[in-house]
Design a binder for this molecule. Structure first.
Ligand code: COA
Length: 390
């Protein structure tokens, strides 16, 4: 049975900053940000968007009445969830008006959480072929103002509907993965910003790619020539390039140039949104599918997932006949084009806004956020969510 991506969509908050302005404000050469790191713009999330609302906004555009009937598993991959106990999937289930006989859980392992969700979802469909599984990947990447990691922040969500006989991409059976207990990036429960050893994390990411790729090659006898493109987890858009580079000389010129050129296209949206942790790999896949106009059905796409700490996985998909007709390309381009640019000072103000943590109430004005689903306030330690259309 074919199982894979039937629908895929994303959401990014309505504000962004230009990385040239951020570089100038931090006294850095703008080329370091745009070329050295590879980021042009970075999403700025208002206090009215958290990981629940972003995931719900991403899924809202995908789900129709048939899906509502068939979805019986919602899996929320995140490393910036809103609660230590309750899963973000439960809130999204209610915000989307999904039925109650659904399993709703959260998965966590840094930026790998959504890949774990996809593999879990595939297993669920293999056992229950008529089910559909909604996978959500939603995060707000925060390192702190004027830190080395600041340039690799971002916010956004990707929603993926998994089913049998998928319309976009079948996920193939073979995958290779590995785990190693290392401290390259983590976020202690008392901290709202991540701690990262950036250079060490880069090295581990590259090393994990080499390991899972070599295991995949051995397991399947496939080589780089069997791939039309490889999408990478992108904490910033130079990262995948660094992992691919050591392998280029083992390829023919044609294969190397195809993978390099498709890699560049696969960074299109990530360059404008920044790091969305769990969703970054899938935003890269979306960038490729919606911007590479020569992709053909039957093409094999590689996906490299890396979650610091660390778990890495290499898996693959085959594009389905007519996949392009099932993408929401125009909506996604419009969402990005309609965002509002903010100044560095405005970004800093948004960054420093905090929700009350002492049980006091707050209400937010719905006019301040154009998104359909938003956080309308806090009451008695409970987040209040609103869907403007219901
Ligand atoms: N023009 C062009 N390129 C420039 C430049 C300039 N004026 N100045 C610097 N650069 C290049 C550097 O040569 C370097 O390129 P290289 O990586 O190919 O060598 C790149 O810009 C970054 O510069 P660097 O000095 O290494 O930056 P940094 O010390 O500020 O750290 C990160 C960069 C990415 C390590 C840091 O932002 C970070 O830790 N981010 C978090 C990463 C993360 O999330 N990891 C965990 C998940 S996988």
């Amino acid at each position: 049975m074919k199982i894979g991506i039937d629908k895929i969509g994303f959401f990014a908050p309505h504000m962004y900053i230009d990385m040239v302005n951020l570089a100038e404000a931090r006294g850095d050469d703008p080329l370091k940000y745009t070329k050295g790191i590879g980021q042009d713009e970075m999403a700025v999330n208002p206090v009215t968007q958290d990981t629940v609302t972003m995931a719900a906004n991403a899924a809202l555009q995908l789900i129709d009445e048939t899906d509502r009937e068939k979805i019986d598993f919602v899996i929320f991959g995140t490393e910036t969830g809103i609660d230590h106990s309750k899963a973000g999937a439960v809130y999204v289930n209610s915000l989307l008006g999904l039925k109650k006989n659904v399993r709703a859980i959260e998965t966590k392992q840094a930026c790998y959480g959504a890949t774990a969700a996809i593999q879990l979802g595939r297993g669920h469909i293999a056992l229950n072929p008529d089910s559909k599984v909604l996978v959500l990947a939603s995060d707000i990447a925060r390192y702190g103002l004027a830190t080395p990691g600041e340039v690799t922040q971002g916010a956004g969500a990707v929603a993926i509907l998994l089913s049998k006989d998928p319309k976009i991409m079948t996920i193939e059976q073979e995958s290779t993965y590995q785990t190693d207990d290392i401290m390259d990036f983590w976020r202690p429960v008392y901290s709202d910003v991540a701690i990262v050893d950036g250079k060490y994390s880069n090295d581990k990411y590259i090393e994990f790619f080499a390991d899972v790729w070599s295991a995949y090659k051995e397991k399947t006898n496939r080589d780089f020539s069997d791939f039309e493109a490889i999408c990478f987890h992108l904490p910033y858009t130079r990262m995948g390039e660094k992992a691919l580079k050591p392998h280029l000389e083992s390829m023919s010129e044609d294969v190397a140039s195809r993978l390099e050129s498709n890699y560049k296209i696969s960074t299109t949206y990530n360059r404008l949104v920044g790091n969305i942790y769990t969703g970054s790999l899938y935003l890269s896949l979306l960038s490729l599918l919606e911007n590479q106009t020569d992709l053909k059905a039957g093409a094999r796409i590689g996906l490299y997932s890396y979650g610091s700490g660390s778990v890495g996985e290499f898996f693959t998909g085959i594009l389905e006949e007519g996949f392009r007709e099932h993408l929401n390309t125009a909506n996604h381009k419009e969402l990005l084009a309609n965002r509002k640019e903010v100044t560095v000072a405005e970004y800093e103000t948004e960054f420093l806004k905090e929700l009350p943590t002492d049980g006091s109430s707050i209400e937010y004005d719905e006019e301040s956020d154009p998104a359909t689903i938003y956080l309308s306030g806090i009451k008695d330690h409970m987040r209040q969510y609103k869907n403007k259309k219901s």
